[in-house]
Each structure stands twice: as C-alpha cells, then as structure tokens.
Ligand binder design. Structure first.
Ligand code: FAD
Ligand code: DLZ
Length: 510
C-alpha cells in the first residue's frame, strides 16, 4: 500500500482534498464507525442513523469507482473503538508511506489527529478543507484588528468574492445587500407549507436503523420515520425540491414559528451541506439561478444565500479563530443546569414543548425555534453555556461543533461578551406571540408578566434585563429596553422580579 487516506463521517465529498491526486490502485481509503465518535455526546438516534448510512453509501460509491476501501462497521465488540486505533492497526499491518486526511471540522478530534504522527510511526499529511468559501487564514486576516466582528460586513466580502447576486458592475442585485426587513412575516397557514422531501430507507439504512436501536437504545429521540437523503444524488433532489416548492416563500416566512408545521419553508439542507453531500457554492448558485430565471423573489434568494455564505462561513471562521478557549467562555456567569424538560418536552410552555417535541421526532428544528424559543429560554434562565451547548450538539442531525458552538455560545447565550453578536437575542413572550400561533394554545397567558399563569418568558426577560444591567446598560442597542424597564412603577418592577425569582427557582416545574 502506498498511502492510507482517512475520510471522516462528515467528509463525504468525492472532491475531498484528501482524495486529490490519490492512486486508486495502490492507496487505501479508510472509513470507520467507532464508539468514540458515536458516544462523545448523546447523539440523536436519527443523527447516528444518518451518519452511518451516509458513510456506508459513500464507501460503496468509492468502491464502485474502483477505490480500495477499508470500512469498519460499528459493533460494540470491535477491538478498535477510536479512529486512532483503526488507523494505527492498518498502519502497523500495511506500512503505508503516510496517512493523508482532510482537516477535521472540530477541535476535539483535530487536536488528536494533529498528534497522530507521534504515535503512528508514519507521517500524517493534513490537507485544508476546501469545501468552504472562506479559508481559515482568510477569515483570520479579515478579523485582524477588529474589536467586534459583524456578519454583515463579512457577508458583503463573500458576495464580492463569489459574485453571487452581484451585477456585472460589482453592485448587489436589487441595489441592496440585505432584504432582511422584508423577511419577518407571521405565517397564518397560507400559502400552505410544502411537505419536506422524503427518501424511504433502503436496505442499507434499514440495517443501520436496527443497529442504532440495538446498540444505542437510550440515545435521545426516535428512529421512527427516518426519511433523510443518504446519497449526494438524493441530496441534490432535496435541493431541487426546496427550490421548486419552498424557496419562493423562504424569505417572507424565514422568521415565522408555527404550532402546526415543523419545517415551514426551510430548506432542510444543513445535514447534507455539513457532511459533504452538497457543496455550499453549488447550492447558492442554484438558488441565485432560480431568482435570475424568475422562479423565486430576490428577498428569498438573498436571504437564503446570506445564511450560507454569510452566517455559515462566519461562524466557522469564529470557531477556528477562537478555539479552544471559546468553548469555555461564560461572560454572563451563568450557573444553572439545563432543565430536564429539554430532554422530554414535558413543559406547559407551548412553544418550548413544540420545539422540543419536533426536535425529538425529527432531529430538526428550524432556526427561529433554536434561536428564539429553546435558545432564548436558556439565555433568560441563565443556563450554563456548557450544558446548553452540549444539548444542541446532541439533538440535531446537522450538529457539528464548528457550527453548533458559535451559534449557541455566541449567538444565543452571548457568552463571548458580544464578539459574535452586538446584542443578545433576548425576547419576552410578546415576540413569540407576534411571530407564531403558539400562545393561543398555551397554558400560560402571554399578556401577563405576573401571576401563576403568566408566560414565564415575560418575567424571565425583565429579570434578565435587570440582573445584567452592568453588562448591557451602555449598549446603545439595549438602551430602549432599560428606559422601558426604568419607567415601570417600583411596585410592578418588584412584582415582576419576584415572579422571575420564583421561576428561576422552579424551572423544572414550568
Ligand atoms: P435554512 O433555514 O433553510 O437555511 C439554509 C442554510 O443556511 C442552512 O442549511 C445552513 O447551512 C445555513 N444556516 C442558516 N443559519 C445558519 C447559522 N446561524 N449558522 C450556520 N449556518 C446557517 N446549523 C447547523 O448547520 N448545525 C448546527 O449544529 C447548528 N446549531 C445551531 C444552534 C443554535 C442555537 C442556533 C440558533 C442555530 C444553529 N444552527 C446550526 C443554524 C441553523 O439553525 C441551522 O443551520 C438551520 O436551522 C438548518 O436548517 P435548514 O437547512 O432548514 O436551514
Ligand atoms: C458525528 C459522527 C459520528 C456519530 N460517528 C462517526 C464515526 O463513527 N466515524 C467518523 O469518522 N465520524 C463520525 N462522526 C463525525 C465525527 O465525530 C466528527 O464530528 C467530525 O468528523 C468532525 O469534523
């Protein structure tokens, strides 16, 4: 054997840098389902099924193309239960010239792989991951000298770099960079939301479902009704389905929440983007093309592309710029544990119940549920960032540390002191009422801040504002909140704070 080429469970692209220039006849690809990766968090059952099934399908495609693939299927009795153990054994048996791999997407594993050359007895070549628009160094250069990083300015650079939705004169199409103000409609059930794209499990996926049920029975969520794409062709079909049926309304209802619909007009493409089945630039080009050909409005195409070449690239840049210290940040000094209902969905707060219930069934919740419902609650309740970050890493099919951590720790919890976002996304029940139809079906009364049945988000919001006065009172974007709070009669403020105290002491009962 000449070289050993390691491909990880989220590196399933035929254009992967580790495969570039490889010799199909003499090199050997190694892929392994291992206990260490399957158990570093309480991965949702559907996430495990997805990763193992996609890995198996990808290995089969490589073999059909003539590659030699050493594939380890998961079994609890396998002697090699870590990626290092698998490659060590192969290195000892076959004495390859070197191990080639593409840089790993998360710090935990990256720092292990960076040490492997010392243990394996062969050189380890780690190639850059070329599946992103912005290289790590490019982001670091852009960030240098800036006190705060703002996604909007980074996004404009990425628009110029890719030429996406840019005129030949180098101006943004439609004369504006951002159409966000058009993207805040409440959804009242019309137009109807499209059914998500479905793939019925084939024999490979069915086998993996059984495996996960047998060996990971206590992991979060259900394996029932697994319908995600598991090959690049199926992911491409999911993209086309999104463009045909959901993209036209994606912008308008991007921020909406619904009591009846799990997926609304979202693309559900994150699992495919994050594991390499879809390429982000190709996806954005297809969406831009839909606008050029009149199949989608500009606010939808721009809003969607911003999520990918803006937010997705931005959070990755921040992750690699600030890790490993970033994961330990807790600037608001939160100390509360995650309430148990995050794992059961058993709470009387309708919006929380709906978001957690969808998460358990689908391994998916859309962005506004993650940010403004489960995230907002954790922020207001002062949950320890490590607890809530681990929950998000576990429960979503698309969750990988590089994208989950900055979103949770930075965007939601403001635990990095505002490096990622200029103000916390804290909101009272009023926001949820404005953007959803949850409140009319809720045990609590959204119009009340005090009293037994008052919506917990209300008093928790004002308690958050009050207890973090030193952190936020000088933030111009928060000034109005403090003026509103300070205008309240003393007695009312005392009553709200006392309800807030009670809620914080009794989170498990909500
Ligand atoms: P759409 O709404 O259709 O958006 C299109 C694409 O844009 C997504 O597929 C995704 O690739 C990208 N995108 C949108 N928003 C973001 C964002 N804030 N950061 C990065 N990419 C974005 N996304 C993940 O991929 N993995 C995660 O682990 C993850 N954790 C999150 C945790 C929290 C607390 C929050 C608030 C957001 C998180 N996100 C994460 C971002 C976002 O919620 C998901 O990307 C999105 O919900 C995926 O569904 P979709 O494909 O239908 O997205
Ligand atoms: C998430 C995951 C899981 C559940 N299982 C495996 C696995 O068995 N083998 C593997 O190579 N990768 C797996 N992954 C992905 C990794 O844990 C890790 O999150 C990514 O490779 C980070 O880039």
């Amino acid at each position: 054997m000449a070289n050993l080429i390691l491909i990880l469970g989220d590196q399933l692209s035929h254009q992967l840098s580790a495969l570039e220039g490889a010799d199909k006849d003499n090199d050997r690809v190694v892929m392994a389902e291992v206990h260490d990766e399957a158990s570093y968090t309480n991965h949702h059952k559907k996430k495990l099924i997805y990763i193992f099934s996609v890995m198996r399908h990808f290995a089969r495609e490589l073999e059909q193309q003539g590659w030699h693939v050493h594939y380890q299927r998961y079994h609890p009795d396998n002697p090699e239960q870590s990626l290092e153990a698998v490659v060590s054994k192969l290195a000892a048996e076959h004495r390859p010239e070197k191990l080639i791999t593409t840089e790993c997407g998360e710090w935990r594993l990256h720092s292990q792989i960076s040490q492997w050359h010392e243990h394996l007895g062969i050189p380890v070549e780690i190639r850059p991951d070329t599946r992103f628009v912005c290289r790590k160094q490019e982001f670091a250069d852009w960030a240098k000298g800036r006190k705060q990083l703002r996604m909007e300015f980074f996004y404009r650079e990425m628009r110029k770099k890719t030429g996406l939705l840019m005129t030949p004169e180098g101006k943004p199409e439609g004369g504006q960079w951002n159409f966000d103000s058009d993207n805040r409609k409440k959804w009242s059930g019309k137009p109807p939301a499209p059914a998500p794209f479905r793939v019925e499990p084939d024999s490979v996926t069915r086998e993996v479902i059984q495996l996960v049920e047998e060996y990971f029975p206590d992991h979060f969520g259900t394996s029932e009704d697994f319908h995600f794409s598991v090959t690049a062709d199926q992911a491409q079909a999911a993209l086309e389905h999104f463009i045909d049926f959901a993209l036209p309304c994606f912008g308008d209802y991007q921020d909406a929440l619904s009591d009846h619909e799990d997926w609304l007009f979202h693309s559900i493409l994150s699992p495919y983007l994050n594991t390499g089945l879809l390429d982000p630039t190709d996806v954005c080009q297809a969406v831009a093309q839909a606008w050029y050909s009149g199949r989608a409005p500009l606010n939808a195409a721009e809003g969607f592309i911003r999520q990918i070449i803006g937010w997705r690239e931005f959070v990755r840049g921040i992750y690699w710029l600030l890790m490993p210290g970033y994961a330990k940040e807790n600037r608001l000094n939160n100390q509360r544990s995650l309430p148990w209902f995050y794992w059961t969905g058993e709470t009387k707060m309708r919006c929380m119940h709906k978001a957690i219930d969808a998460t358990a069934r689908n391994a998916y919740a859309h962005h506004i549920q993650r940010l403004m419902v489960t995230g907002n609650f954790a922020l207001l309740a002062g949950i320890h960032p490590e607890d809530i970050c681990d929950w998000y890493l576990a429960v979503y099919i698309d969750a990988f540390d590089w994208v989950e951590l900055p979103n949770t720790l930075g965007m939601v919890m403001h635990a990095d002191g505002g490096y990622l976002g200029s103000k916390p996304y804290a909101a009272s029940g009023k926001y949820i009422q404005r953007m959803s139809d949850h409140c009319q079906n809720c045990h609590y009364r959204v119009q009340d801040a005090t009293g037994e049945k008052a919506c917990p988000f209300n008093a928790l919001y004002w308690h958050f504002i009050d207890r973090h006065r030193d952190d936020f009172a000088n933030n111009p974007r928060m000034a109005m909140m403090y003026r509103n709070w300070d205008k309240q009669p003393d007695e009312r403020r005392r009553a709200i704070l006392s309800r807030g105290e009670w809620l914080l002491a009794n989170l498990e009962q909500l």
